[in-house]
Write a protein that binds this ligand. Structure first.
Ligand SMILES: *Cc1c(COP(=O)(O)O)cnc(C)c1O
Length: 439
């Protein structure tokens, strides 16, 4: 075990404090969620911006082998100050592009739309930003094994980072409900993979119980170190915007880890003077898995849970674990929570894919949500909006092939089988394009 710095773990429910090196991931007194309370750097405003901007990762052209090439550890003073370099388990995660794509912006009816594409992370989702911190912490505290419950991306990410660290990983996923790419990655990176007869919420309950019983370090998003890593989605996009905060940040919401992380990131960025104005958060759920949106509509008077059903498996969660901190993030940022239907998600995805950008189904909920908010006037014309694309297009190839089988879908692109002769190609090319491919 290494020496602790001045950071503390603090229970968000009862306020109990613990050492940051304590391996437990929920409050031993009341079971509440923990947060990492970091000691803030002495630099403020321009000095802190200069510190982050001066690091090699801030200018992608600089090809120096340096911890700060990571889009997470570049912001280490706001992520986990004091952790020793030798404990860091990093694959230069983060450093994801902020894309302007006119066709997608036009579809969303948001002219000033930018896409923060987290699918460009090492295992293809934003989960790597949290996992580099959680697994680094597992190394720091000498954990013998790590585990998680997952809808797929967390397990892929944990499997990869545990492999890099040389620690065994155990993952619990709902049998038959994990997208193909995610399951394939998890197996390939070498995690012990348990297919649970149940849904994600069952997997999380089992993971929490078994980690307590077996002394395995839990790397789900209730793990407060994951939250700190995921704050860098926001820090990095603010940096890419020259620290001029956008008006809105729109993103898919399932277990509410990101919702919580985004709230923490914006609080830290304001408190340390990195930004002057507070963006509003818009958390987007799938209609069939929208307990948080329902609670929001009721003024957060009541915590809701549902049996989740949606094509967007990454947000197919009925009882979000980070509910309380999600509420705080939405309140702190004058945010909104909404839900969109599966057909809206799939149409947004088809537009994002056909634009050459591509993303997995859950990610497209952000763009579908932005369109909803623009149409109902919540996002006003001219406002600057960043939509977060959370995962890579290849995560869920099954749904893609299914979608494009049917030429009737918007942007449906059915493959054409031909005989191995030139004439066949000529015949296909002479047909009107609409019969062989989408708009
Ligand atoms: C995990 C995940 C989400 C949901 O994020 P939460 O933090 O659980 O709300 C959304 N999209 C993708 C691709 C994910 O992997």
């Amino acid at each position: 075990m290494r020496a602790a710095s001045a950071n503390r773990l603090r229970c968000e429910s009862c306020g109990a404090e613990m050492s940051e090196l304590d391996p437990r991931t929920s409050c031993p007194k009341c079971g509440g969620l923990l947060s990492v309370e970091i000691e803030l750097p002495t630099e403020r405003g321009a000095a802190l911006r200069a510190l982050f901007d001066g690091r090699p990762g801030a200018t992608p052209a600089a090809a120096r082998a340096d911890i700060h090439m990571s889009g997470v550890w570049r912001f280490r003073e706001l992520v986990l100050p004091g952790i020793a370099d030798q404990d860091l388990v990093t694959q230069w995660e983060g450093n994801t592009p902020l894309l302007a794509r006119e066709r997608i912006a036009r579809w969303a009816e948001v002219p000033n739309l930018l896409l923060k594409h987290e699918g460009h992370n090492p295992t293809g989702s934003f989960k790597d930003r949290g996992m580099t911190v959680a697994v680094s912490n597992a190394v720091r505290i000498g954990a013998s094994a790590v585990s998680c419950a997952s809808t797929g991306n967390t397990s892929a990410s944990l499997a990869a980072y545990a492999a890099v660290a040389g620690i065994p990983a155990i993952v619990l996923v709902p049998a038959g409900q994990v997208a193909l790419g995610k399951l394939a990655q998890t197996l390939a990176y070498g995690a012990r993979t348990l297919l649970v007869h149940g849904d994600f919420d069952d997997c999380l309950r089992l993971a929490r119980e078994s980690s307590e019983r077996l002394g395995v370090y839990l790397a789900n998003s209730i793990n407060p170190f994951r939250i700190m890593g995921q704050t860098t989605i926001i820090l990095e996009l603010l940096q890419q915007l020259g620290w001029r905060a956008p008006d809105w940040i729109v993103f898919p919401a399932g277990n509410l880890g990101n919702t919580a992380a985004f709230g923490v990131a914006l609080r830290l960025a304001r408190e340390t003077g990195l930004i002057e104005s507070m963006p509003r958060l818009a958390a987007v759920q799938a209609e069939g898995a929208a307990p948080f949106a329902r609670s929001f509509r009721g003024g957060f008077a009541e915590r809701k849970a549902v049996r989740a059903e949606t094509v967007a498996t990454a947000i197919k969660i009925g009882d979000p674990a980070s509910y309380d901190r999600g509420v705080r993030a939405i309140r702190d940022t004058n945010g909104v929570v909404l839900d969109v239907s599966d057909p809206e998600i799939l149409e947004a995805k088809a537009i994002i894919d056909a634009g050459g950008v591509g993303c997995e189904p859950a990610s497209a909920a952000s763009v579908a949500g932005a369109r909803r908010l623009a149409r109902d006037g919540t996002i006003r014309r001219g406002e600057r909006v960043v939509a977060v694309l959370t995962g890579h297009i290849l995560k869920d190839p099954g749904i893609l092939l299914e979608y494009h089988k049917d030429a009737g879908k918007p942007f449906g692109n059915t493959p054409v089988e031909i005989d191995a002769e030139l004439g066949a190609i000529e015949r296909v090319l002479s047909e009107p394009a609409s019969t062989t491919r989408g708009r």
